[in-house]
Design a binder for this molecule. Structure first.
Ligand SMILES: Nc1ncnc2c1ncn2[C@@H]1O[C@H](COP(=O)(O)OP(=O)(O)OP(=O)(O)O)[C@@H](O)[C@H]1O
Ligand SMILES: Nc1ncnc2c1ncn2[C@@H]1O[C@H](COP(=O)(O)OP(=O)(O)OP(=O)(O)O)[C@@H](O)[C@H]1O
Ligand SMILES: [Mg+2]
Ligand SMILES: [Mg+2]
Lengths: 264, 264
């Protein structure tokens, strides 16, 4: 049985891509077969996975979605899926912004991604979908295809204010029978700096306003510049940790490794 | 003569909303008449301007765009525009995500916003448009309506990598005659922490890769927790600075006030 997880938040820069990759890596580390899906035309997850120039890829998720919209045959998995050591990837690039427009008038427009993943997910234990910062057709496709939703939230005022709108969108997806079985896995607090007063304040608001309705994961991802460095180097935080030889450097990132590990 | 500025970057969380509000406030401080336009369904600029619950507003930019798409009469300015001390605001809320879909099949879909602003901007010296993190129809409408584009960039790897795609979109807008006169004002470095090695690295990449093609503003917005606090309190950084009585607190935000002031 394969579990599909959508990583969604319309607020920008809250750690969706970083969390998708590192959570995927930790699940891979536990021996699970993991497929990452980049559903953002920025292609950050594709770059995080080591693809220097996403726009030069011959086949991406956009190829699959456009073929599916126009009822054409889908290519074989080997032609589209990229392989890394512990995770596989369905990549994306700027062409995906054309798909957002094509979807508006497509038949069963909410289910195009689900149809594709039903074919491609058979070999995997987990599929993780990284979404663009919006609540338009592409993120709705991810919610339609998912079993579980994980909501990364940075302890910033507008990121917290935006949870209610996301909550309402998920409720609509369930109510309108786009995906009745969709479950909210929880809120994942990212860029967590417990020493900052504003972080503690936001954490309290999250717990007070949402704590009873939505699960808030115990693992909180610490804000560490090495987490961003790992992203730049197309490494997971664990890989960067293992590359370090100096004890002080290992210690500067171990907390992020442990929080993604415990989340997995 | 009114100058319309689009604040655009498809990368999320780089300081678009924060910069739109504070730059607008500083222009107001110089005695200019300023209209802010919230073109993001998250409504962060509307919240930054003091509207607690944007979804309860009777009239927003979505009302105007939908009326324009269906050729209905636009309401009088007083019915839609909100007034603050130094800036006015055309607010938005979650309804704007419906407009993104309505635009796909609208006549002259790139020019809907421009048509509205041509009517509403007559009393103003500056119009500043805050965009959502994407390169879809709504940001394209902002680029079509603008004289100038300001590109906030945080010194983070993917924010810098994304500039090229934005540059290409602006080139297309000019080439396809959507807006031939559009000028790139420049790159505004935000969340700037010169003590961090990664910030200096990113700044060098920005100057090396883009420095000759695009102007990079001398004013760099420092990364200060008080800047985020001002946003939360629906204040500009100047207003928060002026509210502080303790010298140490004033000093903790003055650099941000000065950089937005020199930008204006
Ligand atoms: N725990 C962390 N500590 C420090 N930096 C982080 C952390 N998590 C993410 N970042 C950095 O913050 C920035 C935003 O993160 P990321 O791109 O993953 O967010 P996102 O929600 O996917 O953004 P977008 O909305 O643009 O898709 C990146 O530069 C990333 O390296
Ligand atoms: N100079 C700064 N120093 C510290 N924090 C900042 C600074 N500028 C912005 N922020 C904070 O960073 C977060 C992101 O900023 P903001 O929301 O303005 O970005 P954005 O590009 O508009 O995001 P989105 O892509 O979601 O629209 C906010 O919580 C804001 O308060
Ligand atoms: Mg992302
Ligand atoms: Mg914004």
């Amino acid at each position: 049985k394969c579990t599909t997880i959508a990583i969604v938040n319309q607020k920008g820069g809250v750690g969706k891509t970083t969390s998708t990759y590192n959570l995927g890596w930790e699940l891979g580390k536990l021996g699970k077969k993991v497929l990452l899906v980049d559903l953002d035309s920025q292609g950050n997850l594709t770059m995080q996975s080591g693809v220097q120039r996403p726009d030069e890829l011959r086949m991406t998720i956009s190829t699959l979605m456009t073929k599916s919209i126009y009822d054409e045959e889908l290519p074989a998995k080997e032609e589209v899926i990229l392989h890394k050591e512990l995770v596989d990837l369905l990549p994306s690039n700027i062409e995906l912004s054309n798909v957002e427009i094509q979807l508006v008038n497509a038949t069963m427009r909410e289910f195009v991604l689900k149809g594709i993943l039903d074919e491609y997910k058979t070999d995997y234990d987990y599929v993780l979908i990284d979404c663009m910062p919006s609540l338009l057709m592409l993120p709705i496709n991810a919610l339609a295809a998912a079993d579980l939703v994980v909501i990364p939230v940075a302890p910033e005022f507008w990121a917290v204010k935006g949870i209610e709108a996301l909550f309402n969108t998920i409720k609509t997806v369930k109510k309108k029978h786009i995906n009745r079985k969709l479950v909210i896995g929880g809120i994942l607090i990212t860029k967590y700096t417990p020493k900052l007063k504003s972080t503690k304040e936001m954490e309290n608001i999250i717990m007070d306003v949402f704590g009873e309705r939505i699960h808030v994961y115990d693992s909180k991802i610490p804000s560490l510049s090495k987490v961003a460095d790992a992203g730049k180097l197309s490494l997971s935080v664990r890989e960067l940790h293992d590359k370090f030889t100096i004890k002080r450097e290992k210690e500067s990132i171990i907390k992020a490794v442990e929080s993604y590990e415990s989340l997995a």
